[in-house]
Write a protein that binds this ligand. Structure first.
Ligand code: BGC
Length: 750
């Protein structure tokens, strides 16, 4: 609530100055301030000391410097930056303090690079594991997103840089991303898709980006119901609304909507809908100038908040980039983001004193990922690969041998190709990264991600021969070593803006290789490095499985530390890992990947809300993540608490003990489960969590406040949240399916 007060104070303080400036601006100047005048900036007004508003992508760091009027990076050597773990990794830490540190780094680096707005964080709901941009997003759960977006935004904005949460709203697939219409019922919007954004607005986020897609028929960047009614009127947002690049399609609609600034991927700046065309319509009296004034007010308000204009200007923070503290933050986040999915026979941690000859197998052991993924690409100062991390950690007395194990076809260089601009055209966001025809008849591992030409010229046999040779060499190496670590997974050919994955399968024949490695050495440790879940047909045979999202510049080192026990893993899944895509409600109940209309018919039953209601046999459930320690839960206490002066909230506490010989962190999760008589409700939903560190043998009491919202659902008949009828159960556990303590509460709806 403090942030809300701050935002209000800022507004009151500067409103008179905003009006004074507005009165001096010509119509042309005003219009210059509300559309792109460079690919990542608006026009300033020099005579009034109004600077341009300069933006840059996020979310894993500040993007390389772009030419002002051509869609290409300019290729200097002074725009390398710290590369942070992606948002999925940050969410896997379940650590609010680390989310804040991620924000602090992003904000300081954006400011250090002279930016005003960082186009991050991405907080869309992970509705299907196939959405290409999932790695940029946090979770399938709105509560977890809401809890992490706040500190992240705070961290960014402390640096006099605006966070710009994106993409509002329900931007859940890349296929035909500018045109697809996403159909969602009101209840699902309120319970699932809106809360993260609403939390960011309540917490004082300065800017928000509209989504490319349509929502229930209207383009999100200019939809009046979404922007004018929900965002401005109902949530009271007085910050800046920016379009996604190329997300505006009509001058009149844009003018009348609450959108403030139109951005696009083309350099025809005068041709933007909110440029010359708007000027002419205002001059002709077809559009009221008052609508333009409102947008300019929002631009100016943001500038005051960021100390870009007015008296505060002299004290504006200057930021910095590539500092040692930023790299330390990247490492700390990476360490807590590694998720130990399975660890039979306590295979992990490996003993660094006992290993003599280690086989590290798989392309992701050596690959660099920072430079891919779409607008989230980072020109990283450096990126420690897993192989480098393992070698750094073990030093020269251990032999660490690498074999790629399979082939990753190189993508054709994009050259002058403006993929981002192309992906905004009709048929631009594709269902997979490759033209189907070119790859017809070729094995998946050969064609994955290959452009037409690269794919067409090669015989399947030649590629298969190469794959077999890679595999053979890897198996031979595995036989010769005492320890085998496989590091595979996905890359940004699959986890990418502008395209969705076709299925959950690991590409490049990795499943067969993993099976073969497990046959050679049943103690092979399987590490998957990816931006989204994959199927794991070998899951039962592998004793130890680790999962890392793209983990930033220090990711390889954090992984090595976890493998060898210098770090005790504490990451937890912020999304469910289904065994097959057919299990996913977005696919089995709703539709996904359609070009015209996507039906979110599963409603609120997204992710574990569905899986735990119907009892799906998953690979790994929401909230899951093992530790080298063992935690024991006891003594659950539930006490009624007051909220806004009324009853209905509860304080819940449990005692957690680290019943092992090694210190570690546990994420204590609280879920609320309605009992019978509440119509169609998810089995349970996350409503609180705390991450705690416990020394070996130590214990502590963990206490959370569960607000009324935890025991409510959105009733479409009254357009409001109402309390569940009947009783409910409060659950405390180590994952959504490892509930250790429960307490039933009799509760009467008033
Ligand atoms: C993406 C946004 C990004 C913008 C600017 C768009 O294609 O959807 O997330 O911020 O480009 O690069």
């Amino acid at each position: 609530m403090a942030a809300e007060r701050n935002a209000y104070e800022t507004r009151a303080e500067h409103e008179a100055e905003i009006e004074a400036l507005l009165a001096q601006l010509t119509l042309e100047e005003k219009i210059g301030m509300i559309h792109g005048a460079g690919l990542f900036r608006t026009a300033g007004v020099e005579r009034l000391s109004i600077p341009p508003l300069v933006m840059s992508d996020g979310p894993m760091g500040v993007r390389a410097e772009f030419a002002d009027n051509e869609w290409r990076t300019i290729g200097t050597t002074d725009d390398y930056v710290s590369y942070l773990p992606c948002n999925s990794a940050v969410a896997s830490t379940w650590n609010r303090t680390l989310a804040k540190r991620a924000g602090e780094v992003l904000g300081a680096e954006a400011r250090g690079r002279g930016k005003d707005v960082i186009l991050a964080p991405g907080i869309n709901i992970k509705r299907s594991p196939l959405c290409g941009r999932n790695f940029e997003y946090m979770s399938e759960d709105p509560y977890l997103i809401s809890e992490l977006v706040l500190p992240m935004v705070e961290g960014i904005q402390e640096n006099d840089v605006a966070a710009c949460v994106k993409h509002f709203a329900v931007n859940v697939q890349e296929t035909e991303r500018l045109w697809v219409d996403t159909e969602v019922l009101e209840r699902a919007l309120e319970e699932i898709y809106f809360p993260g954004f609403r939390a960011a607005v309540r917490g004082g986020v300065y800017a928000l980006m509209g989504a490319y897609n349509r929502l229930n028929g209207a383009h999100c960047c200019t939809g009046k119901k979404l922007l004018n009614d929900t965002l401005r009127r109902d949530w009271g947002f007085d910050g800046l609304i920016v379009s996604d690049w190329g997300g505006v399609h009509d001058t009149g609609e844009a003018a009348e909507s609450a959108l403030d600034v139109e951005m696009d991927v083309t350099a025809d700046f005068d041709g933007y809908y909110m440029a010359q065309a708007l000027l002419e319509k205002v001059r002709a009296g077809e559009i009221a100038e008052a609508l333009i004034d409102e947008k300019v007010r929002n631009v100016l308000r943001l500038m005051f908040r960021l100390h870009m204009i007015g008296e505060g200007r002299a004290g504006r923070k200057s930021g910095t980039y590539n500092s040692r503290e930023h790299r330390d933050a990247a490492l700390d986040i990476a360490r807590e983001s590694v998720i130990l999915l399975k660890n039979e026979e306590a295979l992990l941690p490996l003993d660094e004193k006992k290993v003599k000859k280690v086989a590290v197998i798989g392309q992701n052991a050596a690959a660099i990922h920072s430079n891919g993924g779409g607008s989230a690409e980072i020109k990283a100062l450096y990126e420690v690969s897993p192989l480098l991390g393992i070698k750094e950690l073990l030093g020269g007395n251990v032999q660490v041998c690498y074999a790629p194990g399979y082939e990753v076809p190189t993508e054709a260089p994009q050259g002058e190709l403006n993929w981002q601009a192309d992906s905004t055209k009709k048929d631009g966001g594709t269902a997979s990264g490759k033209p189907e025809e070119a790859c017809a008849g070729k094995p998946e591992e050969v064609c994955a991600g290959k452009p037409e030409e690269a794919c067409a010229g090669e015989s399947g046999d030649a590629a298969e021969d190469r794959s077999a040779a890679y595999r053979q060499a890897a198996l031979q190496l595995a036989k010769e070593c005492d320890t085998v670590i496989f590091v595979g997974g996905l890359n940004h050919t699959f986890d990418s803006e502008g395209r969705d994955r076709k299925d959950l399968a690991l590409p490049y024949g990795q499943d067969a290789l993993i099976e073969a490695l497990l046959a050679v050495n049943p103690d092979t440790v399987v590490v998957l490095l990816a931006g989204s879940p994959v199927a794991m047909p070998w899951k039962e045979r592998a004793k130890a499985i680790l999962f890392c999202y793209y983990a930033g510049m220090e990711g390889g080192y954090a992984l090595a530390e976890t493998l060898f026990g210098r770090v005790n893993p504490s990451g937890k899944l912020a999304e469910s890992f289904p065994a097959s895509i057919a299990q996913c409600p977005a696919h089995s109940i709703g539709t996904f990947g359609e070009k015209d209309v996507v039906r979110c018919a599963e409603g609120v039953m997204v992710g574990y809300r569905h899986y735990d209601t119907v009892g799906t046999e998953l690979n790994f459930c929401f909230g899951h993540g093992l530790s080298y320690s063992r935690f024991v839960y006891r003594d659950m206490k539930v006490v009624p608490a007051e909220e806004d002066g009324g009853a209905g909230a509860y304080t819940v506490s449990v005692t957690v003990k680290n019943d092992s010989k090694i210190g570690g962190s546990e994420v204590v999760q609280f879920y609320a489960a309605p009992l019978s008589g509440n119509g169609e409700q998810p089995h349970h939903a996350l409503c609180g969590f705390r991450k705690i560190w416990l020394d070996a043998g130590a214990e502590c009491e963990v206490c959370v406040l569960l607000t009324k919202r935890a025991f409510s659902y959105y009733d479409e008949n009254v357009h409001a949240f109402v309390l569940w009828r009947g009783g409910f159960e409060i659950q405390a556990g180590s994952s959504a399916r490892d509930i250790r303590l429960r307490r039933k509460i009799e509760h009467t709806c008033k």
